[in-house]
Design a protein around this ligand. Structure first.
Ligand SMILES: [Zn+2]
Length: 116
């Protein structure tokens, strides 16, 4: 196998950079995920609905970021285990072009396609 192994250090760096980026985003949006105040006196009904909607959207993107962080951490673990770049389902090599698009992807194109 091994002659076409991806350059693990490069991928590790990219994954770590992605991880930092997401963590920074999560920090900066922490404010908008705070529970909406129930103070009807200072906030009109419409703006309260806006606030709730905004909070729900912030929560949803936070969940997406958490999922992404989990994938990135799993990919970093695979690097440590020497399994990075191989499909977690069939064990075949993941195409470098696919890794370039999504360095945290755990499966090859055909397995990702088979799951939908
Ligand atoms: Zn596969």
């Amino acid at each position: 196998m091994a002659e076409n192994l991806p350059d693990v250090d490069t991928w590790r760096e990219r994954l770590l950079a992605l991880q930092h980026e997401i963590e920074a985003l999560a920090d900066s949006s922490a404010e908008s995920r705070k529970p909406v105040e129930l103070d009807q006196a200072s906030v009109g009904r419409l703006s309260r609905m806006d606030a709730i909607q905004g909070q729900a959207m912030a929560m949803a993107s936070q969940r997406r970021r958490q999922d992404e962080l989990l994938r990135i951490r799993a990919a970093l673990r695979r690097i440590e285990d020497g399994e990075y770049g191989f499909c977690g389902v069939c064990g075949n090599e993941i195409a470098p072009a696919r890794l370039a698009l999504d360095p945290a992807t755990p499966t090859c194109v055909s397995c990702a396609g088979a799951r939908r």
